[in-house]
Design a protein around this ligand. Structure first.
Ligand SMILES: Cc1ncc(C[n+]2csc(CCOP(=O)(O)OP(=O)(O)O)c2C)c(N)n1
Ligand SMILES: [Mg+2]
Length: 335
């Protein structure tokens, strides 16, 4: 069954105030982290490959508040928002992005491979669609253990054209795996507009082929997202199988930093940026009496301070020692 959810910020079935404010806290942390990465890259203070998730903050903030620390999340190279929503600590996250020995993977993974099992952030992959079958593995493991842990796997619109997506959704449906497939449809796969490469208008319709609950939701509407993600996570936790969630959003910046964005119509981009979901949600919280402007400014400032601290921590940290080159790289085989 495919449904449509969302529009403006929805009025019905609201989360409690703490949850609403927590979603904003995650969104502002992601937004500010992204701004810091981009300004440090542009000024030459740091050098790394960076895929901005700006514009997609609400999606991960909304599933983040439904998950427990022992639930699993998988994401892709454009994953900063997902890492932060799952609670990867800022210091270790920044240190890994900058390749330092204090990072989540001791500086050997870098931005494309953030992994932090203590937070449940199990995989960040650079291979399009590759997280989907791996998510099934986490789901199957939880099912076999008889635990009610849920796995959320994030991927893009482009990934829904990859074989692994179709194989993965089929198997998840057959085995009723506790997995939520979150397609973050940001309208582009690298430099190709979605409509030029994808056979369907709504990616959620692909769930029907696998007899899977599927929904398209406005990826800029935090309350609609919260509701849809909650239903999907609860379904998985009850052992009632997987859900495909298509969250329709827009990628504010090019595929990666340095992209000239010539293929993105300027008016289209300007319109999306003018409807920036993060300040829009901030205003909604104030207008609906859920938080005061002062309270939200304090949250913004707290996030900024935590980012300052994390950046300094990362810059002060050493690079991995060359003697560590092969440590933690190969698994030890225990026979
Ligand atoms: C299997 C595979 N094919 C091609 C690539 C090259 N590639 C990297 S990102 C990307 C676009 C993916 O688009 P989408 O899934 O929509 O994710 P987005 O980058 O928009 O978040 C491509 C084709 C890759 N990394 N892996
Ligand atoms: Mg995309």
């Amino acid at each position: 069954m495919t449904e449509d959810e969302g529009g403006a910020v929805a009025e019905s079935a609201l989360p409690d105030r703490d949850t609403l404010v927590r979603m904003y806290e995650v969104q502002t942390t992601i937004k500010q982290c992204d701004e810091r990465f981009r300004s440090m890259l542009m000024s030459g203070q740091i050098a790394l490959i960076y895929y901005s998730p700006r514009g997609q903050e609400c999606i991960s903030a909304s599933w983040g508040v439904h998950l427990r620390p022992d639930d699993y999340v998988l994401t892709i190279y454009r994953g900063l928002h997902d890492h932060l929503a799952k609670g990867v600590p800022l210091r270790e996250l920044w240190a890994e992005f900058l390749g330092r020995a204090t990072g989540t993977c001791k500086g050997k993974g870098g931005p494309m491979h953030i992994t932090h099992p203590a937070s449940g952030l199990m995989v960040t992959t650079g291979i399009v669609g590759a997280g989907i079958p791996i998510a099934n593995g986490f789901g199957l493991a939880a099912q076999l253990r008889g635990s009610d842990q849920v796995t959320v796997v994030n991927f893009g619109d482009g990934a829904s054209n990859i074989g692994a997506f179709h194989e993965g959704l089929n198997l998840a449906s057959v085995w009723k795996l506790p997995v939520v497939f979150v397609c973050q449809n940001n309208q582009y796969g690298e430099h190709t507009p979605m409509r030029m490469a994808t056979s369907v208008e709504k990616i959620s319709t692909r769930g029907m082929a696998y007899d899977m609950a599927a929904v398209t939701v406005d990826g800029n509407d935090p309350v609609a997202l919260w509701r849809v993600m909650g239903e999907a996570v609860d379904r998985a936790r009850r052992g009632e199988g997987p859900t495909l969630v298509e969250a329709v959003t827009y990628r504010f910046w090019g595929h990666l930093m340095g992209d000239a964005m010539e293929y993105m119509p300027a008016e289209e981009r300007q319109a999306a940026m003018a409807a920036d979901p993060v300040p829009r949600y901030r205003q909604w919280l104030v207008d609906h009496g859920q938080a005061t402007d002062d309270e939200l400014s304090a949250i913004d400032a707290k996030a900024r301070d935590a980012i300052d601290d994390a950046v300094q921590f990362a810059l002060d940290s050493p690079f991995p020692d060359p003697s560590e080159l092969f440590t933690d790289v190969y698994a030890e085989v225990v026979r």
